[in-house]
Design a protein around this ligand. Structure first.
Ligand code: UDP
Ligand code: MG
Length: 331
């Protein structure tokens, strides 16, 4: 008989009263958030104590180069906290996956470490969740704080993503959300490595609804998403959740083949009727450059998909855990 079985026999009543599964698990991805993490975690803890009987906080340090992880260990004396340090910066999507894997709460909340999503909105999410939804996600009420260019690109991205998609990703949905245990288990079971979580959240289905929220500006530090990172994420999203960029080239190919056949008929007839026409250099070069460009784009698109297939085939893990810490504090 092992130790836990023994103690169950000795103190059955006490143990039956204590439910080991917390009501709520928080997953917080953090990358160089040393300045924010303390305020965020105390804020979450205050709000969670008010709303639920028990909770746990899981912070995933996504390869920070500052002292985020050391701070987490210090905070563990006061908070029911687990900290996971990834071996390098794997990106927010992987950090969220790592956190979700370690949760055991009846419901799970994903939240950023910079408190841009006001904690006061947590109650609203939980209330909607308790009305019978499996997922309640926050939606950005507006994007007035962003540049015209970023807004234009974001709108374009969501339009492209929803083209022919079997499970459209709600535009402007945040990762900030509350999910039922079943949803988390479905997400954790997905084997793919190139993760676009907003797409996966929609793909797994379940009864979902959005709640509009006003974002605040960051408490400290700056956004960890450079334009390059955003572009990479957008490509991952597009290649993982739509195949029209691959298939569209068949249609374009047919259109151009038909046009060029008609054009060659026209040239033959023209030559027979009016003789050989030497000029036409501009048309020929333009056509060559245009078609050459189209071919390169189509090869590039195939390359994007192929690179994802390549990385899936290699079967490397999406992230590597370097260190884990669990506090003894309980709530
Ligand atoms: N983040 C992360 N890994 C990264 C980039 C970001 O874990 O490579 C975390 C970051 O610490 C924050 C959340 O993801 O908790 C959202 O990042 P950020 O606030 O920079 O994004 P934005 O709000 O600008 O979209
Ligand atoms: Mg932020």
């Amino acid at each position: 008989m092992n130790y836990s079985e023994q103690s169950l026999l000795q103190f059955p009543a006490a143990l039956q009263d204590t439910d080991p599964q917390p009501d709520l698990s928080f997953v917080i991805p953090a990358y160089n958030e040393s300045e924010n993490i303390q305020n965020t975690l105390f804020g979450i803890s205050e709000e969670a104590k008010r709303l639920k009987k028990s909770f746990e906080i899981i912070v995933v340090d996504d390869g920070s180069t500052d002292d985020t992880f050391d701070r987490l260990i210090c905070l563990g004396d006061e908070l029911p906290l687990s900290a996971i340090r990834l071996s390098r910066n794997f990106g927010k999507e992987q950090a969220m996956s790592a956190g979700l894997m370690r949760t055991c709460g009846k419901a799970v909340v994903i939240m950023d470490a910079d408190l841009q999503e006001p904690l006061s909105t947590l109650q609203c999410l939980i209330e909607r969740f308790e009305q019978g939804y499996d997922v309640v996600y926050a939606v950005r009420a507006h994007r007035d704080d962003e540049s015209q260019l970023k807004r234009f690109l974001t709108t374009g991205f969501y339009r492209l993503l929803s083209l022919g998609s079997e499970c459209p990703v709600p535009p402007n949905a945040r990762d900030y959300r509350i999910m039922d245990r079943r949803v988390v288990e479905a997400l954790v079971a997905l084997p793919e490595r190139n993760k676009f979580m907003k797409g996966l959240f929609s793909w797994v289905g379940f009864k979902s609804c959005g709640v509009p929220i006003e974002l605040r500006s960051r408490q400290a530090g700056s956004s960890k998403f450079s334009l390059r990172k955003l572009f990479k994420l957008a490509l991952t999203g597009l290649t993982a959740f739509s195949d029209w960029p691959l298939r569209i080239w068949t249609v374009i190919g047919f259109i151009f083949a038909s046009i060029s056949m008609l054009f060659s008929f026209w040239i033959v007839i023209k030559t027979l009727l009016w003789g050989v026409d030497v000029p036409g250099f501009a048309t020929t070069t333009t056509a060559i450059f245009f078609l050459g460009g189209l071919q390169l784009i189509s090869i590039g698109v195939i390359g994007e998909y192929l690179s994802r297939v390549f990385s899936e085939v290699k079967q490397r893990p999406g992230f590597i855990i370097a260190e884990e810490y669990k506090s003894n504090s309980e709530i």
